[in-house]
Design a protein around this ligand. Structure first.
Ligand code: SAM
Length: 327
């Protein structure tokens, strides 16, 4: 991957988005979606005013998308999105950090090493950074689905997938409602954390709170299991306090019945602005006729991703775990 390509593409999308933002009454992030759509279709929107039209034409002539690798495009888009989300106040709407998305992609490639085809689903896909990062690391023939309730984010996800030439079927809906989709081999998500406001919808779930609002992240885990094939896997970014809350007894009992806990990897605290937002990667397998709990779960606390030596040691341990317990 060429970092100069990433920076050049970032600058061009940023320039185009800023131009659109200033000519129209839009937020930067909405302008980013328009900029990406324009780049994908290689022509300015028909109704744009003359000056904007000229600026867009000039920028389009400077960018030849065909010359960029998928990962260069993804990284450039990720930088533009990060700029747009810099002032976001809602922690749970943030894009999945790149290092984590890439690490989850690596774990996914190890989980499905012996398979050539893969169906996967991210029910909280946001900008699709996590989903496309995982896809880009797989050599499988992948059929992917993504869903998000937020309109700007799902538009962003679609434009992101288009520019990376990744084929993904998107749903714009509340992911705790029903889907017209067959269960998949793999569910992956950076879960929204907090209370889910729709008590009526929540009441359909085994993990609904006995009183008051239910936890969105618990319901997402149950929904994920519903849309996973028997024997399939799930990988979630979850809060560190997942198994240590007022409703975790229910969650534990539910997971014991429906899934095997394959692993739990604690992410470096330095990745998160506040310790209470620190997260782990939880790996589950949906129970099936021929599945069993691994003799030993994959448990680790990850060092800072910048500490290359420590990271190499942990990766060696992870690889060893896969060799011994995941054949
Ligand atoms: N992985 C994403 C990425 O790389 O951009 C970020 C995911 S973000 C942490 C969680 C996402 O869950 C947000 O995009 C939010 O809009 C979405 N979300 C929250 N509640 C939802 C619901 N009930 N149905 C669908 N999406 C929901």
């Amino acid at each position: 991957m060429d970092q100069n390509n990433v920076e050049f593409l970032y600058e061009k999308i940023d320039e185009l988005a800023s131009t659109i933002e200033h000519h129209n009454d839009k937020t930067y992030l909405e302008a980013v979606v328009d900029a990406m759509d324009i780049l994908f279709h290689q022509q300015p929107f028909e109704d744009s005013e003359e000056l904007l039209h000229q600026n867009v034409e000039k920028l389009l002539s400077e960018v030849d998308l065909a010359q960029y690798k998928k990962e260069e495009t993804r990284k450039a888009i990720q930088l533009v999105i990060l700029k747009g989300m810099k002032d976001a106040t809602q922690q749970q709407h943030l894009i999945t950090p790149d290092a984590v998305a890439m690490f989850m992609g690596y774990l996914t490639s190890k989980l499905f090493e012996n398979q050539e085809e893969l169906t996967m689903f991210d029910p909280a896909c946001g900008s699709a950074n996590l989903l496309t990062s995982v896809m880009n690391q797989l050599s499988h023939n992948v059929k992917a689905y993504g869903s998000d309730v937020d309109e700007t984010l799902i538009r962003l996800a679609l434009a992101n997938a288009n520019l990376q030439k990744n084929e993904i079927e998107f749903f714009h809906q509340d992911s705790l409602g029903a889907f017209l989709m067959e269960p998949v081999d793999f569910v992956v998500a950076d879960l929204p954390v907090g209370y889910y406001p729709d008590d009526l919808q929540a009441s359909q779930y085994e993990l609904a709170a006995e009183e008051g609002h239910s936890y969105s992240h618990h319901l997402f885990i149950e929904q994920g299991l519903t849309y996973t094939k028997a024997g399939g896997y799930l990988m979630f970014m979850v809060p560190n306090f997942l198994f240590d809350s007022d409703q975790s007894k229910q969650l534990n009992a539910y997971l014991r019945e429906h899934a095997h806990i394959v692993g739990m990897l604690q992410l470096p605290k330095s990745l998160f602005k506040q310790e209470k937002h620190a997260k782990s990667i939880l790996i589950l397998q949906k129970k099936g006729e021929n599945t069993k709990t691994p003799q030993q779960a994959l448990l680790a606390t990850l060092p800072s991703f910048k500490n290359h030596n420590a990271m190499a040691d942990v990766l060696a341990q992870i690889n060893q775990w896969f060799d011994q317990h995941h054949k």
